[in-house]
Each structure stands twice: as structure tokens, then as C-alpha cells.
Design a binder for this molecule. Structure first.
Ligand SMILES: Nc1ncnc2c1ncn2[C@@H]1O[C@H](COP(=O)(O)OP(=O)(O)OP(=O)(O)O)[C@@H](O)[C@H]1O
Length: 620
């Protein structure tokens, strides 16, 4: 221990102590007799960091670009200002009202923007900011229009007039409290779910997460600090005007977010402080503020992936000598996974399913039954419709005809997240692993949709949240043992090599106790040892009662694992049967494996060593 570098020794402690200490220091600033100009910049920087943190929630965590932060900021400021004008000077009351007003603006603009999908929210929020001065002008009797809102009274707290020093402390306390809330959200299961969403809405839906609701949650939650910032700003100068909510403020917020690191909680503070102190130190800077903000955007977005906090994190890793991929203890004892608890497999029935993409009939009346305690393999040449069938079972494509059912529940009219919640879990041809989380968190995310605790319960760490979290941790240990990567639980998930990422995906599926496990070319790209481990995992799941559907090009693996093989060709059933029956099926031999049945060698003798026809680009 004594020989360890200081950075390494420090890295063992709870990291939240550093921001907490800085937060306390900030609250105590009025006691340090700083120059007025610095105190003022600090206040504005704290207000800006609140705004940036809201953007980070939607952009950095949920991956949704939205510029509407300024509109929510204005909603908060005008609400607080108008309350004050009418004699309601209590800052607590103003903060609550401003938070709600901003939330309302967030919901009203977020719902249509997010419903339309794609870039709609970015566009809606962009126009919202452009329209803001006109909206304020329309309601000029209340807002003062372009002249601004004056007559705001000095803030009070429980009837006591607040001095400038008191008010500084109010701003600092609100900022510190909000960042504590945001940190609790970010490190909770909700924070992980947001990162899943950012990685891929398809992945999120396949894990039972309602994509629209999750995006709205991030956007609406991000409105709250903007509202608080607005209320704090209104009582700072006791005057607000539309210029304070201009488009350049929107770009400043975006630049600070990108510079600090959008996917980071404290990056918002870094970015905001750098921009506030950088931009306002000289009039030249202010004159060219848009250019300077743009430069910061480029520095943050292009040169520093992950912003300043990303840079700090990688420097820290270097200092403590930590490799994200192998920050792990020794491999777990494989024997620990011998005892596999029952997997509640269900019967998957596919009857007469058809699907056309324009003139391309991808599936024509396909039938398939997968039962508990059995591995059903789906094989066929490239383009035969295997992935299309998986996508239809998962609800990503609507069927043109036919029935898909899990036990008695029909799935063919359900959306993908609803299908996942009935117990359909899947892996992807290209592993879909969210960034910025550990292996254990990535696996625990598989329980998000099935075991609920609200954001409020997570923020306050209430008993139900702690119970669900305890279950997440215990189940993650179990499935990580099962797939044999428990020793990597603290490694960064995206840093794992392909084979382990595939095993991670299987673990993420298993933690949801799926009724059916759909494995889409899971062995592709794995070495021999990894394929053997994967095969062992699949056998264990099957023996524990799981229903497994295996889409696979590794014919040897299929023969060794499958209880039944369903072979497709040109979207139709080519053959169905036991591995032995399939090995003796001439059509499968010639169309799938390219073996001439009339050749002197008997096909079943060489099959185990034969790879099917997999033209370039089989991996997606
Ligand atoms: N979203 C889509 N839009 C249009 N055509 C599609 C779409 N998805 C699949 N197809 C077409 O449907 C057919 C079946 O494709 P699918 O990907 O299901 O085959 P596959 O058996 O999974 O192939 P591979 O082994 O290469 O993964 C192909 O002709 C493909 O081009």
C-alpha cells in the first residue's frame, strides 16, 4: 500500500466527497470577501451550470439533442419575476413555481417533438427559442414585452429579506442540491437506462423500455434545473428582459455541455465555469461571443471526446494505472455457476407468418414452435429471412399475416417494448453495449423494465429503490457467474473484446428471466474457446428449463446444441427436424451448405467440419 502512487490510493475512496467538498466551499464563498465581479461571475456560472445540467440529461444521457433549455429558463424566470411583482417574494415559493412552469414548457414542447421522432425535438426546441421574444411580446402586459420585466422585489425566505450574501448562498445551495439529485439519478438504474437509450432506442425497446416515455423523462427532468436557474436569475438583478434568453444563450449552454462532457454530471459545472469565466473576462470576448462559443464547441466536440471530464477521467486512469478492460480480479471459479436456478421458459409459437418489404417477400407463411427445455435452431442462407423473423417476434416489424404467441399471449400487434415485457429477450448480431457503464451495470439494465422504482425513489434512495437495487446486484452476480464473466464486472462494458461482449449480452437477457431467449448469430466472430463457453451457457439455460431460439451460421455449433432445426430458404420453410434429419436432408445440404448430394463422400461424415455458405457481409 505504501508503495502505491498517491492517485491510486485516492482512487479507493468514495469519489462524491470531492464535489461535495467543492460544493461546501462554494456555499461558504460570502465568507471569503472576494471581489464583487468574481462573486457575480460565480453566481452566473452556477446558474449556467444548472442550465447545462438539464441539457446533459437529455443530450448526454438520453442522446436527444434539444435546445429548448432557454425557453424553460425563461419560463422559470418570468414565473418567478411575475410572482415577485405581485408581492410573492419568498424564494422557495418562486423556485417551486418556476420548476413547475419549466416542467410544463418541457412537457408541452417535448411531447409533440418526441412523438414525431428523429430530429423533431431538436427542430421544435430550436424554433421555440427563436419564437421566444415574440411570445413575450404577445403577452407584454404581463411580461413587459421587449422592454423587459421590472419591478421585481428583493427576495425573502420565510419572511426574512435576503442580503446579497444570503442570496449567493441560496444560489449555491440550490446548485449543490440539484447536482446531488442529478448525481443520484445518473448513478441509479434510471441513469443506466438513459445510457441504454442513448446507445440505441432499438436496444432499449428490446429490453422492455418505453422509448418515448424515457426520452420524455430525460427532457422533462432537464427542464427542472432550467426553471430553478430562471427563478434564481430573476432575483439576481431584479430585472429580466428577452435578451437574457436569446439564441446565443442556447449556443452557450450547448458549448458548455459539449466542452465539459455532455454525458457527465459534473461536466456541466466544468463547462459552465470555463465558459462563464472565459467569455466574460474581456469585452473582446463578449463582442465575438458566438465565435468563441463555436470554438469551444469544436474543442469539446471534436478534439475532446467526452469533454473536459472525459479528458480528466482518462488522465486519472493513466495516473492510477487502470486499464478499463481489465480492471478486474481473477476469473471467477467456474464451479460457482454449476447450480443454475430454474429458467421460466415459455412456448413460442409462430404460425403462417408472412412479411413483404415492398416487392420483396421476405417471409412466406413460416411456422415454428420453440418449447421450454429445448434449443430450436433457425438456419438458412443469407437473406433467407432469419433476422426478419426475429425482428417480427420482437415486435420491430409488423406481420402481414400469421400469429406469433408466447404461451397464450399473442404478440403480433404489440410494440417491441411491450413484447419484451412479456418475456422475449434477444441479443444482436453486432453486440449493442451502452457506453460509460460497467459490465455489471450493463447486465443489471436487463432488469430495468421488469422491476420498477420511480425516479423520486431513486433520488431519495427510498426502501423500495434499495430493495430493487439489491435484487439487481444479486441477480447480476448470478448471471455473470453463469456466463463466466463475473471477474470482469467492474470493467468498462464497451472495452471488452467481442467474445465477452457477446456473453455480456446473453447475461443481460438472462437477468430478465426471459420466457424465450433469441440469440442472433451469437457465435459469430468468436474463437474456439469462446464458442465452447457459449455452447456451455446455452446448454445450462436449456437444462434449467429455458426456451432458446438460436439463429446461427456455425453449423457445427447448431448440430451440437439444437434439439430441433428449422431451415429457411427464400423466406420459406425448407426443412424441419432433428440434427440428424437435417444432416440427411439433400436440399439443406445443397442450398445451405453447397454440398453435392451425389458426390462420392457421404454428407453426414464431413458435416461437422463444413461451414455453410456465408457470403461477405454476413455480420451486421
Ligand atoms: N428493413 C428491411 N427493408 C427491406 N428489406 C429488408 C429489410 N430487412 C430485411 N430485408 C430483406 O428481407 C430478406 C431477408 O433478410 P434477413 O436479414 O431476414 O435474412 P437473414 O436470413 O437474416 O440473412 P443473414 O444470414 O445475412 O443475416 C432479404 O432479402 C433482405 O434484403
Amino acid at each position: 500500500m505504501a508503495n502505491l502512487p498517491l492517485a491510486r490510493r485516492l482512487s479507493g475512496g468514495p469519489l462524491w466527497i470531492v464535489p461535495l467538498a467543492l460544493g461546501i466551499l462554494l456555499i461558504l464563498v460570502p465568507h471569503f470577501n472576494l471581489e464583487y465581479s468574481i462573486v457575480r461571475q460565480l453566481q452566473l456560472a452556477m446558474i449556467l451550470s444548472l442550465l447545462v445540467s438539464g441539457l446533459n440529461l437529455s443530450l448526454g444521457f438520453a442522446g436527444e439533442l434539444a435546445l429548448g433549455q432557454v425557453a424553460m429558463y425563461a419560463a422559470g424566470a418570468y414565473t418567478a419575476g411575475m410572482l415577485s411583482q405581485r408581492g410573492h417574494t419568498d424564494i422557495l415559493l418562486q423556485l417551486v413555481a418556476a420548476g413547475f412552469a419549466a416542467l410544463l414548457v418541457g412537457l408541452v414542447t417535448g411531447i409533440p417533438g418526441l412523438r414525431l421522432g428523429s430530429w423533431s425535438l431538436a427542430m421544435t426546441s430550436f424554433f421555440l427559442v427563436l419564437l421566444l421574444p415574440d411570445v413575450l411580446a404577445i403577452f407584454r402586459d404581463d411580461t413587459g414585452g421587449r422592454n423587459g420585466l421590472s419591478g421585481i422585489l428583493s427576495p425573502t425566505l420565510f419572511g426574512k429579506l435576503l442580503s446579497p450574501d444570503d442570496y449567493f448562498m441560496v444560489i449555491a445551495i440550490v446548485t449543490v442540491a440539484w447536482f446531488a439529485v442529478m448525481r443520484n439519478i445518473a448513478v441509479s438504474r434510471h441513469g443506466t437506462a438513459l445510457r441504454v437509450l442513448k446507445k440505441s432506442p432499438v436496444l432499449a425497446a428490446s429490453m422492455g423500455i418505453n422509448v418515448f416515455r424515457m426520452k420524455l423523462l430525460a427532457y422533462a427532468l432537464g427542464a427542472v434545473p432550467a426553471g430553478l436557474a430562471g427563478a434564481l436569475f430573476a432575483s439576481l438583478d431584479l430585472y429580466i428582459s428577452p435578451e437574457a434568453f436569446s439564441f446565443s444563450v442556447a449556443t452557450t449552454i450547448l458549448a458548455a455541455s459539449v466542452l465539459g462532457g455532455s454525458a457527465s454530471v459534473y461536466g456541466a459545472v466544468f463547462g459552465a465555469f470555463v465558459l462563464q469565466f472565459g467569455l466574460n473576462q474581456s469585452t473582446e470576448f463578449q463582442k465575438y461571443s458566438l465565435v468563441v462559443t463555436g470554438a469551444f464547441l469544436i474543442i469539446g466536440g471534436v478534439l475532446l471526446t467526452g469533454g473536459l471530464t472525459g479528458l480528466a477521467r482518462s488522465l486519472w486512469r493513466k495516473a492510477v494505472g487502470e486499464d478499463p478492460a481489465v480492471s478486474a480480479s481473477a476469473p471467477a471459479d467456474a464451479a460457482a455457476a454449476e447450480d443454475v436456478p430454474a429458467v421460466p421458459g415459455k412456448v413460442l409459437r409462430v404460425e403462417g407468418v408472412a412479411k413483404a418489404f415492398g416487392g420483396n417477400q421476405a417471409l412466406k407463411g413460416v411456422d415454428l414452435v420453440a418449447s421450454p427445455g429445448r434449443v430450436t435452431a433457425l438456419i438458412g442462407p443469407n437473406g433467407s429471412g432469419k433476422t426478419t423473423l426475429l425482428n417480427m417476434i420482437c415486435g420491430f416489424y409488423r406481420t402481414d399475416a400469421g400469429v406469433i404467441a408466447l404461451d397464450d399471449k399473442q404478440l403480433q400487434r404489440m410494440g417491441p417494448d411491450a413484447v419484451a415485457r412479456t418475456g422475449v429477450a434477444r441479443t444482436f448480431q453486432t453486440p449493442n453495449i451502452p457506453e460509460g457503464i460497467t459490465v455489471r451495470e450493463a447486465v443489471m439494465a436487463g432488469r430495468y423494465a421488469g422491476h420498477r422504482a420511480t425516479v423520486l425513489e431513486a433520488v431519495l434512495r427510498l426502501p423500495r429503490y434499495r430493495k430493487v437495487r439489491k435484487g439487481d446486484l444479486a441477480e447480476a452476480d448470478r448471471v455473470l457467474d453463469l456466463v463466466g464473466i463475473r471477474h470482469l464486472e467492474n470493467a468498462e462494458a464497451t472495452a471488452l473484446p467481442l467474445g465477452q461482449r457477446r456473453l455480456l449480452e446473453v447475461a443481460r437477457c438472462l437477468i430478465s428471466n426471459p420466457g424465450v431467449l433469441l440469440l442472433d448469430e451469437t457465435a459469430s466472430g468468436l474463437d474456439e474457446d469462446e464458442v465452447e463457453r457459449l455452447a456451455e451457457v446455452i446448454r445450462r439455460v436449456r437444462d434449467a428449463g429455458g426456451t432458446v431460439v438460436l439463429v446461427e451460421h456455425n453449423f457445427q455449433l447448431v448440430l451440437s446444441l439444437a434439439d430441433e432445426i428449422v431451415a429457411l430458404a427464400h423466406g420459406e420453410l425448407m426443412a424441419k427436424g432433428t440434427p440428424e434429419e437435417i444432416q440427411n436432408n439433400e436440399r439443406v445440404m445443397s442450398e445451405y451448405l453447397g454440398i453435392d448430394p451425389d458426390a462420392p463422400e457421404a454428407p453426414h461424415v464431413v458435416l461437422a467440419d463444413v461451414a455453410p455458405h456465408t457470403p461477405e457481409g454476413a455480420e451486421r
